[in-house]
Write a protein that binds this ligand. Structure first.
Ligand code: C2E
Ligand code: CA
Ligand code: CA
Length: 748
């Protein structure tokens, strides 16, 4: 029987020592002090000794009373220097001092000075005794009665105060939005209620575990005081002491308070089936004595409500701020964390990452495995950036990092870190992926402190990067934003949200340098607004690339250019057609179908087509791109590298690529006749290309001197305003007939 056990245990010293009762003796007769001292020596009440305070006068008494507001009983002589001194003191205690708890016993040596009944009532005087009457036993019984009264009053008062505290505590408890905070608040409140901080633990079962499945390793330590402090955040099985672990476990699984010889475990339970326990290193009887049963019960009830509310809040919080696929933070979590940190004014860097060619991976392995894949990417990021303020997943394959400010000087380190982080391929199921991450970067110092704005800036930088295709990181600059706005405007034109824009094909002849004959025509896209204006092609193509519409737009171009060109009357079938392919188009899976369909519909064969691609697509040694280009060439088509010299430009790789030729960028041709360096570049490009057996086309040939130099250097093909601007199909017919009129193009 635990209660019996408790009772016998009661005499053991408790962690909380019991203070003696304070008793004040006010008398101007020293003998009275002495006899009282002798009479009360060694007396106890409720296991508490008595401590006497002695005052010889009213003044001394007042002084002692002012200093000690916890004097339980005062024995007051009625007549001291005046006949009414005792009564005056009583009035002062109740009215001026405002102490309504202290018990007052009046004593007099001269009968006849007894206070009147109404005075006794008004000032709550507990007894009036003649000194002669006060034998030791009578004095003792008067004091014990007074002490009982005092104790009762005090416990009522403590209860009242505790109930008020509980009321305040309740609001404190229910406004917590995180269980660890909640747990430590509970311990603080217990300490506040009982007046000392006891050893204690607050534990809770995991939210989504059935009660029958609760084990010590699914119970979490939310808070701890004293020696248990180190267990916070760990699970209950880490608590080695069986005397504590077992009652907590039983308390949680049974939902009942557990009473132990040296400790008490209070059960918290909610209507939703949530379970938690508060372990306090004090026997139940002591807790109850210190708090009172009702207070203890209300405390448990409040704690249960607070626990339920905090758990649910934490759950909602998790739903909102945690990405369920990767376990990283969600974008909402990122913005929240950012806002909190931005308040401190510290400069930060936002890094937006995307996985190059993620869509292909997703299509390859399916949605479920793609989830595992993303999770692994997230884990890599976590291990690589342990000090990041937050690592979140923003969209499908976009991750966003919030870091302490990374200065321009440290950017290369950041890029290196990211690269080494993904050196090892990522394995999912039977597949292994070598991935490349790209980074758009924005700094809070330079561009404000709004998380959404900075994420947008980082996204603009990332988009800018996608346009250019070669580098793997870009730091946001305001000019990127202007470009982005421009692209947006153009996209709206493309999608027809700003009136219908017509797509047209123009052709620019490419002349064989040796013969002056038209060797091929480059198909160039044109965009004509409903008002008849032509939009800047370069910008429109960039806009289409940025929005992903290039796949459709490019598909349209392949289809229409091939069928229109092949249907042009009087055009010799030996004249080729050059088609520009944007990187995204080459990467898309529908490129094969686009080409096949165009050939099929127009009855053209592949050997009439020359595909222009940019250097950027070779940077990652993407096997699927190589396969596509090889397919073109295997079927008789040609592949040339466009704008050669502007991008990656490494001759060493040229040999290994499935290409037939290069087009030297207009930039070099333009300056060639005035600038020695430009001429040297063109000369060496041509020398190397010829050594590698590649055909060379010069773009942007505008003048005769340029043509002459190129011809002397052995350039194969020439293209530029010197011959013709890009022109519509019907003008091309005229051009060709003029060319034949001049007889084998000798003018060229
Ligand atoms: P590009 O492929 O380098 O095309 C050559 C550009 O140089 C054309 O500009 C052409 O009009 C211009 N050009 C040709 N000869 C001369 C010259 O002698 N002097 C000068 N100043 N310019 C010359 P355009 O038509 O505005 O096209 C711009 C770019 O748009 C193209 O550059 C190409 O990258 C892209 N583009 C055009 N059509 C398509 C298309 O169907 N698909 C793709 N992916 N890109 C296209
Ligand atoms: Ca081109
Ligand atoms: Ca070009």
């Amino acid at each position: 029987m635990p209660m019996d056990f408790l009772a016998s245990n009661n005499s053991k010293p408790n962690t909380i020592s019991l203070q003696p009762w304070k008793v004040l003796v006010v008398d101007d007769d020293e003998d009275v002090h002495e006899t009282t001292r002798i009479a009360l020596a060694g007396c106890r009440q409720d296991n508490r000794l008595l401590r006497l305070y002695h005052a010889q006068s009213v003044e001394e008494a007042k002084e002692i009373l002012e200093k000690n507001d916890d004097i339980a009983v005062a024995l007051i002589d009625v007549v001291m220097d005046t006949h009414t001194a005792g009564l005056d003191l009583v009035k002062w205690v109740r009215s001026t001092l405002g102490n309504s708890f202290i018990r007052l016993i009046m004593r007099t040596g001269q009968p006849g000075y007894a206070p009147r009944m109404d005075v006794i009532e008004r000032y709550e005087i507990d007894g009036y005794k003649e000194k002669a009457e006060l034998t030791r036993s009578k004095l003792l019984s008067a004091i014990i009665t007074a002490l009982r009264g005092y104790k009762l009053l005090m416990s009522l008062e403590t209860n009242r105060k505790n109930l008020k505290k509980l009321n305040d505590h309740f609001y404190e408890l229910i406004e917590k939005d995180d269980l660890l905070q909640f747990g430590s608040t509970l311990l603080d409140q217990i300490a506040n209620l009982i007046g000392v901080a006891p050893e204690g633990l607050v534990c809770a079962a995991e939210r989504d575990v059935e009660i029958s499945d609760i084990r010590a390793n699914t119970v979490k330590v939310l808070a701890a005081g004293g020696v248990y402090m180190s267990f916070v955040g760990r699970t209950l099985d880490a608590v080695t002491s069986n005397d504590i672990r077992t009652p907590i476990y039983q308390c949680i699984t049974s939902g009942e308070n557990q009473i132990q010889p040296f400790g008490t475990c209070l059960a918290l339970r909610s209507r939703a089936g949530l379970r938690a326990a508060i372990y306090v290193g004090l026997p139940y009887a002591v807790l109850e004595r210190l708090l009172g049963e009702e207070v203890l019960n209300i405390f448990i009830l409040n704690a249960s409500l607070g626990f339920e509310k905090t758990t649910l809040l934490e759950h909602i919080h998790r739903l909102a701020f945690e990405d369920r696929v990767t376990g990283l933070s969600s974008y909402a979590g990122f913005t929240e964390r950012f806002r909190r940190l931005a308040g401190t004014g510290r400069p930060m860097t936002v890094v937006l990452l995307d996985i190059h060619r993620y869509r292909m991976i997703e299509h390859g392995i399916g949605e479920e495995q793609a989830g595992d894949f993303l999770k692994k990417v997230g884990m890599r990021l976590r291990s690589g950036f342990p000090t990041a303020f937050v690592i979140a997943r923003k969209e499908v394959d976009e991750f966003i990092l919030l870091l302490d400010h990374v200065g321009a000087g440290r950017l290369p380190d950041l890029v290196d870190l990211l690269e080494t982080l993904f050196d090892e391929p990522i394995a999912v199921g039977d597949s292994v992926f070598n991935i490349r991450m790209r980074m758009g970067i924005a700094n809070s110092g330079d561009h404000g402190h709004d998380p959404e704005q900075l994420a947008r800036y980082a996204s603009i930088a990332l988009n800018d990067l996608r346009q250019r295709g070669s580098a793997n990181y870009a730091v946001f600059t305001p000019s990127m934003q202007e470009n982005a706005f421009e692209r947006l405007r153009l996209t709206s034109l493309l999608t027809g949200t700003a009136g219908k824009t017509q797509f047209l094909v123009h052709y620019q002849p490419i002349i064989e340098a040796g013969t002056g004959l038209v060797y091929s025509c480059e198909a160039l896209m044109r965009f004509r607004t409903s008002g008849g204006d032509f939009l800047n092609t370069q910008r429109m193509i960039e806009a289409a690339e940025a929005s992903g519409m290039i796949i459709d737009v490019g598909g349209w171009m392949i289809q229409n250019a091939v069928s229109e060109f092949s249907a042009l009357p009087t055009l010799p079938p030996s004249v080729h057609l050059n088609l520009n392919l944007s990187p995204k188009q080459v990467q898309s899976s529908r490129i094969y179908a686009d080409v096949e369909r165009a050939l099929e519909h127009s009855g053209t064969s592949m050997d009439r087509l020359i595909f222009e691609v940019t250097e950027g697509i070779f940077v990652n040694n993407d096997q699927e791109i190589i396969s596509f280009l090889t397919w073109i060439r295997d079927n008789g088509g040609k592949v040339v590298i466009d704008d050669f010299g502007t991008g990656y430009s490494s001759f060493s790789y040229l040999r290994k690529l499935p290409v037939d030729g290069i087009k030297v960028d207009r930039e070099f041709i333009m300056h060639m006749d005035q600038d020695e360096d430009a001429l040297a570049v063109v000369r060496s490009i041509l020398a190397v290309a010829q050594a590698l057996g590649l055909e060379v086309t010069a773009e942007g040939v505008e003048t005769l001197p340029q043509r002459n130099i190129l011809r002397d250097l052995g350039c194969d093909y020439l293209q530029g305003y010197l011959y013709s601007k890009p022109i519509p199909g019907e003008d091309l017919i005229t051009f060709m007939s003029q060319e034949s009129n001049t007889g084998t193009g000798l003018t060229f």
